[in-house]
Design a protein around this ligand. Structure first.
Ligand code: NAD
Length: 364
């Protein structure tokens, strides 16, 4: 993308709705869009953790923040009618694998019917031109392949979270075919895409049962962190990487319409799909003394061992590439939590890292 979505002025004054703006990725994206000058509204439930980046960084101050459930069609319609967004980025979800084992009904309900409700609201609202539905790398049927999944690979999902996101993909496809077909774009004016990104890391995540938040909680409290699956390989990337992909994709949907109304993977360079254990060791080196870990010997719910993404399509069609290596992303993450502990504000840390990221061209 070579800064396309960041420097062209495309986002300045653009009316955007983000669902899930109170979450980890939502708070980063909302601050970034504010920095780009977007006219931003958010619709979601309360922040999912305490503490959370949304409140710590004062994200609500630069946007219209609406509290509501994405399954509540009347509330969502009111929000869309009031804000009249041109672009919708749908991120609201029950986003945790472990929580999906504990409450599969809530997970499927939020992730599938939430998506359907958002797409139906778009169908009824004039003026929306682009929708990016954020799903996940876990939406593919995992065959434990050592190579990366492509957008054309079969959808699946073992656990309720992963499967609900595959269902969200299928529901999006149905809406695209039924209500937003390419051949009638002049009539309906809407282009809908899905974005499948890998495991994100970054400052300001306090979710339960996620690797980086678990590590940071333990080490900032002077404790040892317990690691579950050190050999599991995941496509790790800094949170700003997929967000830059979503922005790039949304821009193309507005400018070029149905030519981009498809699914896109956003993941790290091949070398940066690394085992959990390697990530922990890199963070250990960045943190310095007092960073200890041990293996969890308890039985664990099912998790895939290998998961990689093939991102050739995003590279070729969008010109999108990762900007930071995983090591750079991990250093930025440790620096963020260190900075907070040293008295910097979450807002300045986040805005500074967005500025650093934006200033850096895409890695080769
Ligand atoms: N964090 C990751 O590693 C990762 C990786 C791939 C994809 N994703 C996807 O990115 C999106 C954001 O993830 P995150 O890590 O920021 O999650 P998060 O749990 O931090 O935030 C989830 C957001 O959704 C909102 N929400 C949940 N249920 C809702 C409902 N019924 N109605 C309205 N809002 C609701 C929450 O209030 C919050 O704003 C999700 O769709 C997730 O599946 C995340």
């Amino acid at each position: 993308m070579e800064g396309l979505a960041l420097t062209s002025g495309f986002w300045h004054g653009r009316r955007v709705l983000v669902t899930g703006h109170t979450g980890f990725k939502g708070a980063w994206l909302s601050l970034w869009l504010q920095q780009l000058g977007a006219d931003l509204a958010g619709f979601s439930l309360a922040p999912p953790s305490s503490p959370n980046l949304f409140e710590l960084a004062g994200v609500a101050a630069g946007m219209t923040s609406v509290h509501g459930d994405v399954r509540d069609s009347a509330a969502l319609a009111r929000c869309i009618a009031a804000h009249r967004p041109e672009i919708v980025i749908h991120m609201a979800a029950q986003a945790l694998v472990r929580a999906s084992f504990a409450d599969p009904v809530e997970t499927f309900s939020t992730n599938v019917m939430g998506t359907v409700t958002v797409l139906d609201a778009v169908r009824r609202a004039p003026g929306v031109r682009a929708v990016v539905n954020v799903t996940t790398d876990k939406c593919y049927q995992n065959n434990e392949w050592a190579w990366g999944y492509r957008e054309s690979d079969r959808l699946g999902g073992f656990d309720p979270y992963s499967n609900s996101k595959a269902c969200s993909e299928l529901a999006t496809d149905s809406f695209r075919n039924s209500f937003f077909p390419a051949e009638r774009h002049a009539e309906h004016g809407v282009a809908v895409a899905t974005a499948r990104a890998g495991n994100v890391i970054g400052g300001g995540d306090w979710a339960a049962d996620r690797l980086v938040p678990d590590i940071m909680r333990a080490w900032t409290g002077g404790a040892e962190v317990v690691i579950r699956n050190p050999h599991a390989v995941r496509p790790w990337q800094h949170v700003l990487e997929p967000l830059s992909g979503y922005l790039s994709l949304a821009e193309r949907l507005v400018v070029d319409g149905p030519a981009f109304a498809e699914s896109f993977n956003f993941g790290p360079a091949e070398d940066d799909a690394r085992p959990v254990g390697a990530v922990v060791e890199t963070m250990q080196r960045a943190w310095g003394s007092g960073a200890a870990w041990r293996l969890d010997d308890q039985p664990q719910p099912h998790e895939a061992t290998w998961l990689r993404l093939d991102c050739a399509k995003a590279r070729q069609r969008l010109g999108w590439r990762p900007r930071w290596t995983l090591d750079a992303g991990l250093s930025a993450t440790v620096a963020w939590y260190r900075g907070l502990a040293a008295g910097c504000t979450a807002r300045e840390l986040t805005l500074q890292q967005i500025a650093d990221f934006s200033a850096q061209g895409a890695a080769a």
